[in-house]
Design a protein around this ligand. Structure first.
Ligand code: J5X
Ligand code: AKG
Ligand code: FE2
Length: 344
């Protein structure tokens, strides 16, 4: 069985790409993390209420949910869901447990630093090696069980962290299954293709905790640099602090309005390939602010790494070459524009 470690192992990132800033002692944006001022999202000047936000908020108990989801996938590659069935007290716990982790002293967090060609653990996002500037971000990636790392952080009090992470991942698995069935039905995927996409056998679904501490100079820092997610689907809890933005051709960067109790769903590269580019793999980023410590939790679902990814058999003119999922991830770990490298 291929682990993510193997697919990412062939380009060990040098340490300065992995170790986040020491936010306990930082008092400004160092040159290493100072980005050229970037364009403000167009709708920053608009009132930030719902109808301004391009991304539809879809009630999963609505009988038209599947059609609305299909339209949102084609148009934006992103949507928000409410009345999804995930217990709100668990969502509150995942955020409070994440805050408890990131509130640990820097030297404690660095004891579970991700290894140079690893996936799990504390560190900057893996995309950091695409850029020569650092990000105003610290992350903690969980692949499967987090007991080993949690025992290092809290030798006598690790259970509630792990129980919360496990319970949340189980809920995410169920919600992902429900959403993928709807999304794939809108493009008439075959049963075999559906089984491939929803398979949790041997697939690796990382859980990513993101922390964006308040930043003294937010217009010169980037929380998470522009990227597309690589797998099939990402479910994001962003809490009540705005920061997620996505790029729309011709419009520029638009913010995704934080909606109480909603999950943001964005499609990844593998669904872009499978849909033969019918669904965009939306480029998105996270910006930081001066006063609030923003936390987000992202759950990534992908098919088994040994399996093959290709445009659905129903497309007469496939626009992408077929390759193994692990080959795609290995390509993406070196090139942020991996999708353009596998076009037919
Ligand atoms: C299976 C995955 C998905 C990864 C890489 C690997 C493990 C960690 C995931 C993230 C989490 C944070 C954002 C992202 C962009 C990153 O840098 O690491 C994600 C990336 C991807 O979606 O490509
Ligand atoms: O924190 C956010 O809003 C975005 C996080 C994200 O894009 C990711 O973890 O892939
Ligand atoms: Fe992302």
């Amino acid at each position: 069985m291929t682990t993510l470690l193997e697919v990412s192992g062939n380009d060990p990132m040098t340490d300065h790409h992995i170790i986040p800033l020491d936010f306990d002692s930082i008092d400004g944006v160092p040159e290493s993390h100072s980005w050229p001022p970037f364009d403000e999202p167009l709708n920053k000047i608009q009132t930030c209420d719902l109808q301004d936000s391009l991304i539809p908020v879809i009630d999963l108990t609505n009988s038209k949910a599947m059609n609305l989801i299909g339209q949102a996938c084609k148009q934006w590659g992103m949507f928000q869901v409410i009345n999804h069935g995930v217990p709100s007290n668990l969502v509150k716990k995942i955020e409070s447990e994440s805050r408890r982790l990131f509130a640990l002293p820097t030297h404690e967090k660095r004891r579970v630093l991700r290894s140079s060609n690893g996936v799990s653990g504390y560190g900057s996002a893996r995309i950091s090696h695409y850029f020569d500037k650092g990000m105003w971000h610290e992350g903690f990636t969980i692949m499967g069980s987090c007991v080993d790392d949690a025992k290092v952080l809290w030798p006598h009090d690790f259970q509630r962290f792990c129980d919360t992470m496990d319970a949340y991942q189980n809920q995410m698995k169920q919600l992902t299954h429900k959403l993928l069935l709807m999304i794939l039905e809108t493009i008439d995927a075959t049963q075999e293709e559906i089984d491939w996409a929803i398979s949790t056998h041997d697939s690796r679904s990382p859980l990513q905790l993101n922390s964006y501490p308040p930043c003294p100079n937010p217009s010169h820092a980037v929380g998470l640099a522009p990227h597309t997610d690589s797998l099939l689907l990402t479910l994001l809890h962003q809490g009540d602090i705005n920061g997620l933005e996505f790029f729309v051709d011709g419009l520029g960067w638009r913010h995704v309005q934080a909606v109480e109790g909603a999950f943001v769903v964005n499609l990844g590269d593998l669904l872009h390939i499978f849909s033969n580019a019918k669904f965009p793999s939306v480029s998105h980023r996270a910006v930081v602010n001066q006063s609030k410590h923003r936390i987000s939790v992202a759950y990534f679902h992908g098919p088994p790494f040994e399996s093959r990814v290709a445009p659905s058999a129903k497309f007469q003119k496939p626009r992408f070459k077929s390759l193994l999922v692990k080959e795609y991830l290995s390509l993406k770990s070196k090139h942020c524009d991996a999708l353009s490298l596998i076009q037919t």
